[in-house]
Design a protein around this ligand. Structure first.
Ligand code: PGA
Length: 231
């Protein structure tokens, strides 16, 4: 199976920078590569033939939902899928398990691919609640052949702290026992730690934030994925 690497650009790279990145980046053969630019740069990112996902998608087809984008609109643009339930959406914008589930369900129904994010906070891990949190977050998702889960421990996102390969493996095995879906690891994935994380038996790829913004580091992670896909 191909290892999937998704680059989450968050609120970085407007249209001009997106074009610059895509001109300089060539996805190595063997890995599945996706980039997730901000809405304003979706079209530019697609112009180079890369597979492009949005960072969020609403459950309604249209309506009075200021600031939101529908699955139909993304499909019309040629976008292949969307992230839903990212911890930054949960933390800063009131996203819940329920809204994440509604977004995922509608996007899948409409024909988009979905990367649904789950993961415990530092306080939850310290209280030994990781398993309960993951069970709760995964319980609202239904299996689908275009659904991928991303396990992103919140304390590892953008912090430089990474889950150990064993921690990641344990969480991924739990998620897979609850839902039949590929599971990506996310949280400070870099060229230096990609191989040990991606080599775990239940780690099917990575959702990469900071290191996906730089062509060289994103390429290095994708090359590791391509090599592991072949082995
Ligand atoms: P990071 O972000 O790689 O910068 O930790 C990952 C994510 O938020 O998806």
């Amino acid at each position: 199976m191909s290892v999937l690497i998704a680059g989450n650009w968050k609120m970085y790279k407007g249209p001009a920078e997106a074009i610059e990145f895509c001109r300089a980046f060539a996805a190595p053969a063997g890995a599945d590569v996706v980039v997730c630019p901000p809405y304003a740069s979706l079209r530019e990112a697609m112009s180079s033939g890369l597979t492009v996902y949005a960072q969020n998608v609403h459950w309604a087809e249209e309506g009075a939902f200021t600031g939101e984008v529908s699955a139909g609109m993304l499909l019309e643009l040629g976008v292949a899928g969307s992230i839903v339930g990212h911890s930054e959406r949960r933390q800063h914008f009131g996203e819940t398990d329920e809204t994440t589930a509604r977004r995922a369900e509608r996007a899948l129904e409409a024909g988009l691919g979905v990367i649904a994010c789950v993961g415990e906070t530092e306080a939850e891990r310290e209280r030994d609640e990781t398993e309960d949190v993951l069970r709760r977050q995964v319980s609202v998702l239904s299996p689908h052949d275009r659904l991928v889960v991303a396990y992103e421990p919140v304390w590892a996102i953008g912090t430089g702290k990474t889950a150990t390969p064993q921690m990641a493996q344990e969480a991924h095995a739990l998620i897979k026992s609850l839902l039949a879906a590929p599971v990506l690891y996310g949280g400070s994935v870099k060229p230096e730690n990609a191989e040990e994380l991606l080599s775990q038996p239940d780690v099917d790829g990575a959702l990469v934030g900071g290191a996906s913004l730089d062509v060289d580091s994103f390429t290095a992670i994708c090359e590791t994925a391509a090599r592991l896909s072949r082995s």
